[in-house]
Design a protein around this ligand. Structure first.
Ligand SMILES: [Zn+2]
Length: 484
């Protein structure tokens, strides 16, 4: 099964999202690393900058083939060719609704334009995939007519686009199976998620014999987005044993795209959401600790993640005991009961109990306070409109005073970099960073939540205050202290 990733084209059509050339190049390199076969890098006709960005990706020497989106216009195809892509994704709106209301064009006229564009691209040495826009609302005979014509003019792949996300798996399978019989060429499917079925439909298309699926990382895309690459790839492997991308790198790819797009991954998002492999309830944690398969159908390592067990209102004795053991603390009898009671009290207030909170509660109850291995003594962060954000820190690391500095995209990033430098070689990574304003106004209290990882251990910590830089540093240090 081939994967065409369109994060940089359809994904970028997410309202408010625009990747600059640097970001596009970073994402393209990662997509290539995970092994997608085709990267639809953008629409060369959209702007001068877009054409240049696509050209730059074409020059990266990636294994994946690079495609540009084009409408059935000679100029669009020429723009794609000027960007030096090896493939053109030619969009042809095939439904009567689109032909009549949007293009005001007959089938015959559109067919002629499609043929001319294919000839133009193919004669310049590019391959062509024809994307039947609104294909899911186009009768099958009309689709196969367009597709067979496209193939006879030199296109090598044709794709059914469920542009408005109105297919279900049954209908997808029926349409794709019919086309499989009538169309002699590579068949692809492009699913949208308006009814939450993009991934299910993509899997149905695979069952019907599709040879390529279109996806975007994290399901980015217009309205409710496209079929999510990581979910489609995991589904293909889980249900059919069909291997596509290097799934072990899916989480890394997902976080990279989240960071560069600014579109946050929902906590409940399958595979890559914050909660996908988190457990809190007593019954589940007890099961997980006995045998992970009891409450995990998919193992977190499949997508390069680790399991996390959090303490909260629904926690049981076993979970808290297990968490404390991770921190090197042993609690039993009345001590354990007292810790559990405090954890539940915080949970009852509607608050999250981070690992750092649990640790603080435990050492308070057990009276085993140890001096923190790492403590912040001084922090200076400088930012402005004509200065590189810079931070310097003086920290106590295992009893010794260490002074380091770092620069970054902003003062928080600079402070994080300075701390990472001070800790040099601990192998601790910041894997999640979240800021909430607790109160409104410029003097808002902010709450910074972090998740930090060392090898396969992940811990959570938070800190609140009016200074976002200081709160970020405090939260990180709490997490680091738990991992050292
Ligand atoms: Zn689309």
């Amino acid at each position: 099964m081939r994967i065409l990733d369109t994060t940089l084209r359809d994904g970028e059509q997410t309202p408010g999202l625009s990747f600059n050339a640097d970001k596009k190049a970073l994402i393209a390199e990662k997509l290539d690393e995970v092994g997608v076969q085709t990267i639809e890098a953008g629409s060369a006709c959209a702007s001068v900058g877009e054409k240049e960005a696509i050209k730059r990706i074409c020059g990266l020497g990636l294994k994946a083939e690079i495609s540009s989106f084009a409408r059935t216009a000679a100029k669009d195809v020429q723009d794609a060719l000027d960007a030096e892509v090896g493939r053109v994704s030619l969009v042809v709106p095939t439904s009567d609704l689109h032909m009549q209301k949007k293009l005001n064009m007959t089938k015959e006229k559109l067919g002629e334009r499609m043929a001319a564009c294919i000839t133009q691209a193919v004669s310049a040495g590019a391959k062509v995939e024809v994307l039947a826009e609104d294909g899911s609302r186009t009768p099958v005979p009309q689709l196969s007519c367009f597709f067979n014509s496209a193939l006879s003019h030199g296109a090598d792949r044709v794709c059914v686009c469920d542009t408005v996300g109105v297919f279900n798996p049954e209908r997808t399978k029926a349409v794709m199976s019919a086309l499989k019989r009538e169309v002699k060429g590579g068949l692809a499917f492009h699913g949208h998620n308006d009814l939450g079925l993009a991934v299910a439909n993509s899997l149905a298309a695979f069952e019907a014999g599709a040879e390529e699926l279109h996806c975007t990382v994290n399901g980015l895309g217009e309205r409710c987005g496209n079929a999510a690459l990581e979910e489609v790839a995991a589904g293909l492997q889980y249900f059919y044993g069909e291997k596509t991308i290097a799934l072990g790198k899916a989480y890394e790819l997902s976080k990279l795209v989240e960071g560069l797009s600014g579109i946050r991954i929902g906590a409940l998002k399958p595979l890559v959401g914050k909660n996908s492999f988190s457990h809190e309830s007593g019954i589940h944690v007890d099961g997980i600790m006995k045998c992970a398969e009891t409450y995990e159908g998919v193992q977190p390592s499949l997508v390069g993640r680790s399991r996390s067990i959090s303490a909260g209102k629904h926690s049981g004795r076993k979970a808290v005991e297990g968490k404390l053991a991770e921190f090197g603390l042993k609690a039993e009898g009345g001590g354990l009961e007292a810790i559990l009671r405090k954890v539940k009290e915080i949970g009852d207030l509607g608050k999250e109990v981070t690992d750092a909170d649990l640790y603080t509660i435990a050492i308070d109850v057990l009276g085993t306070a140890k001096e923190a291995k790492i403590a912040l003594e001084e922090l200076l962060a400088v930012t402005g409109n004509k200065t590189t954000p810079t931070a310097s820190v003086r920290m106590k690391v295992n009893g010794a005073s260490v002074i380091t500095a770092g620069t970054g995209d902003g003062p928080v990033d600079a402070a994080v970099n300075a701390i990472e430098r001070a800790l040099g070689g601990t192998g601790i990574k910041l894997i999640e960073y979240e800021v909430d304003a607790i109160s409104g106004g410029a003097d808002a209290l902010v709450n910074v939540k972090v998740r930090m990882q060392k090898n396969d251990r992940v811990v959570s910590a938070s800190a609140a205050g009016t200074d976002i830089v200081l709160s970020s540093v405090e939260a990180m240090l709490k997490g680091i202290n738990l991992l050292l």
